[in-house]
Design a protein around this ligand. Sequence first.
Ligand code: NAI
Length: 331
Amino acid sequence: MGNKETKRFNVAVLGAAGGIGQPLSLLLATSPYVQRLHVYDVVPVVNGVGVDLSHINTPVQCKGFAGDLKDAEASAKTLREALAGSDVVVIPAGVPRKPGMTRADLFNVNAGIVAGLVEGIADACPKAMVCIISNPVNATVPIAAEVLKKKGCYDPKRLFGVSTLDVVRARKFIAEKAQIDPEDLDITVIGGHSGVTILPLLSQTSPKVELSDEEIEALTSRIQNAGTEVVEAKAGGGSATLSMAYAGYRFATSVMAALSGKSGIVECAYVPSDLTDLSFFASKVELGPEGAKSIVPFKDLSKFETEKLENEVKVELAKNIKQGVEFVANL
Ligand code: NAI
């Protein structure tokens, strides 16, 4: 991906000292698409993360910025310094799940964190591509949209919920079953990014993988609950960080490749959408220099997928979106 002639962009990672933030920043510090990498967090170690990254022998200029939870005004100023001039902002800030928690349980803490960070984006880099990793993505993306609307700089083409990890997992699990290279497998995952809202379209992989009804049911459930597999295996130590850093890097790379003028870049993402009667929906999205160039419609769902979509995905997503919108209305 990329070479010495590749166009490079200014990227900021918010929540960069965390389990996802650090490996994601490491990958971005090696990216041929990155000019400048600003890493921001509310813990002082992020300054050291910035220094550490700045010793990597790539042309990327890395710098850490530490906010201070005890001084909101100073934090807001530092955040805006970190964000100024950013083309792409990736947000993995917030608390992760512990065993027994759903992503929705994170709402109370993460909603406010995301709203505050997006306010900073509206002030400092309103044209940036905003990629949200913080959970519950189904609700934090509507929160970001509402904050940007309030600030008068909402562009639905520039706002993305990062659902790439669902595709990464689907690819891996199906390819293992089909004994092919995961990179050779194309799969669409629609809906949202939590439990039943994650709907992998197993009926339409490319190449086609023949699966029995039982296998489809088991694989769908595994993809939907793969995050919980990691949460339980980490036994209180957090949720997916390394696979998420990989997925976040993959998505940010596609956004930057499209920004640089490359065509035909398609990724699944949870975005403002008119594919269904919901205002946000994950589907394939064609990326371009202005962000989401077009939302790729899904079609020919199997009976199993149609039932899941109507009875589970849409019902749960509608609640999550409403919760996000109401949160900002009540701020
Ligand atoms: P972590 O706790 O290791 O790191 C979070 C970082 O955010 C910490 O360094 C913390 O200091 C920082 N932070 C907290 N408040 C902040 C603020 N106001 N401004 C800037 N930074 C702030 O958590 P981890 O494992 O990195 O997860 C981060 C988020 O990503 C969680 O919400 C988690 O649920 C979500 N996640 C999303 C996935 C997805 O597929 N979209 C997959 C896995 C996790």
